[in-house]
Each structure stands twice: as structure tokens, then as C-alpha cells.
Ligand binder design. Sequence first.
Ligand code: SF4
Length: 95
Amino acid sequence: MTVPSTSQRLAVNRFVLDETECHIAVDQVLACASGTADRLIACCPARVYSRAPDGTLAIEYAACLECGACLAVADPGTLEWHYPRGGFGVHFREG
Ligand code: SF4
């Protein structure tokens, strides 16, 4: 029996996008000035955060795995994060 890789396991997850409410909000100015933006980009396993061409922080919240790592690296006041509303967000199918 072969053991699936992490990427293979993550690929079977299902994401239900809440198009009316984003569960992540970042203070762009404070996050970029404090270094939080770089830490968010580095820590997120789902690559939710990236640097946009204009230098701001881009947020692809639909891919969030709800692991909470970003909360651990963000300076106070730079990030607001809460779980998506019931029925939305990631639905893990394995593990
Ligand atoms: S909770 Fe995890 S997956 Fe979601 S944005 Fe934060 S670090 Fe990325």
C-alpha cells in the first residue's frame, strides 16, 4: 500500500466559498510596515497570502485550510481572522 503525499491528501479537500463574507482582513499599511505581511506569506501552508504586483498583500481566502498559523505570526492589530460561517470553508475528506 502506498502512502499518499501531503499534496495528494490536500487535493481531495472540498472548499465551499462564501462569496458574501471574507473571513480574513488585514490592515495593509500596518502589516507591511511591521513585517507581518512577510511572515503571513512565509507561514501559510495554503499560500493564501502573496505579494501583489503593486506591493500590497493579496489574500486568496478561498484556499484557507483554517489552521490558524497566521494568527500566531501576526502582530497585534494587523490581522482579523475568524472561522467561515457554518457550511462554508474547507471540508476535509481525509485524515
Ligand atoms: S488559517 Fe492557515 S491556511 Fe488559513 S490563511 Fe491562516 S495560515 Fe493560511
